[in-house]
Design a protein around this ligand. Structure first.
Ligand code: DAH
Length: 339
């Protein structure tokens, strides 16, 4: 018995001396001290030992176990220290290196253009207001003199929540909401998101932005409209900018017009930017239709006013000479960080 134990001890210690990984250590531990290990087997044999010899044999077994356990702990410590040393060498941190700068985002080009536009109108005494993106058919169409079955509804097909509620196709409904609540004088701009059932291409998107403008007071005339919008164009595109009004039709204004600005790239000579014409269309406008005033509770005999609608993306694209609207929505940082 004693011989056997001495052999087990020598064998185990020799193996431990040679072991150099945690896995190898574990295997040795199982082979000698584990449930099916060699020492455990010896203990099982105790029942064949004469009762008077058992204390002595027990002592041998225990001292063998202790010797193996002590050696195991020592080798484990050694392996751990070696591994730590290797890791410390590999993971050296050079504290003298400069820190990485945090990446800070910045405003979207649409937001930059909008803030510039708002600044111009606030400077002229306008208030910035907002209306809901999910809107009643009444405000989006009916109250703007676009009754059911009006052909204008075709061009502004949208996403319907039900027969009465839709995603607004224009910011013009904000005009009605303001007129219903506020007594003239009214001077507001209303920026916001609008929706149309359009397919995506370089100049269209099912969701884009407009900025609505509305002025209502006594004795407001087309001259006020022209003067205001010409001033706006000069502030946004440069003091030499000229404006031109072309007759147009909108159901909620009469008379109506579209306004072009002289091309700020070529000064009106004609270039790629203005497609050779020297002019760039930037907004729709007109004198608020008496019917619209009446429906919103404003007496057209006492008050008159003008309105305009600007496509925000159009301004952004022109301002930064971007030729594809899709770039504004893709959130590609490499594109956005240029502005
Ligand atoms: N809401 C019009 C559109 O989406 C734009 C517009 C034109 C707004 C004339 C106006 C306006 O306020 O007077 O096409």
């Amino acid at each position: 018995m004693q011989e056997k134990l001495v052999k087990i001890r020598e064998e185990a210690l020799a193996k431990l001396n040679a072991a150099d990984t945690a896995e190898a250590l574990n295997e040795i531990r199982l082979a000698y001290l584990g449930k099916k290990g060699q020492l455990t087997e010896v203990l099982k044999g105790m029942r064949d030992v004469a009762p008077e010899d058992r204390p002595k044999v027990g002592e041998w077994v225990n001292s063998t176990r202790k010797a193996i356990e002590d050696k195991l702990a020592a080798v484990q410590k050694e392996i751990g220290e070696k591994a730590l040393e290797v890791r410390l060498k590999a993971e050296t941190v050079d504290v003298t290196l400069p820190a990485k700068l945090p990446r800070i985002g910045h405003r979207h080009p649409n937001t930059i253009a909008l803030e510039e536009l708002e600044r111009v109108f606030i400077g002229m005494g306008y208030e910035v207001v907002e209306g809901p993106e999910v809107e009643y058919d009444y405000y989006n169409f009916e109250a703007l003199n676009i009754p059911a079955n009006h052909p204008a509804k075709d061009e502004q097909d949208t996403f319907y929540v039900n027969d009465k509620i839709l995603l607004r196709t224009q910011t013009s409904p904000v005009q009605v909401r303001v007129m219903e609540k506020k007594k003239p004088p009214i001077r507001i701009v209303a920026p916001g998101r609008v929706f149309r059932a359009d397919d995506v291409d370089a100049t269209h998107s099912p969701s884009f932005h407009q900025v609505e403008g509305l002025v209502i007071d006594k004795n407001i005339t087309f001259s006020d409209l022209k003067g205001t919008l010409a001033q706006f164009a000069r502030e946004l595109f440069g003091q030499d900018t000229k404006v031109k009004f072309r007759p147009h039709h909108f159901p909620f204004t009469e008379p109506s017009a579209e306004m072009d600005v002289s091309c700020f790239k070529c000064g009106g000579k004609g270039c790629r930017m203005c497609k050779g014409s020297g002019w760039i269309e930037i907004l729709g406008c007109g004198m608020v239709h008496p019917k619209v005033l009446k429906m919103s509770g404003i007496d057209p005999e006492e008050y008159s006013g003008f309105a305009f609608g600007i496509g925000l993306e159009r301004i952004t694209l022109l301002k930064y000479e971007i030729d594809d609207m899709r770039l504004l929505y893709e959130n590609d940082e490499r594109f956005l960080k240029q502005f």
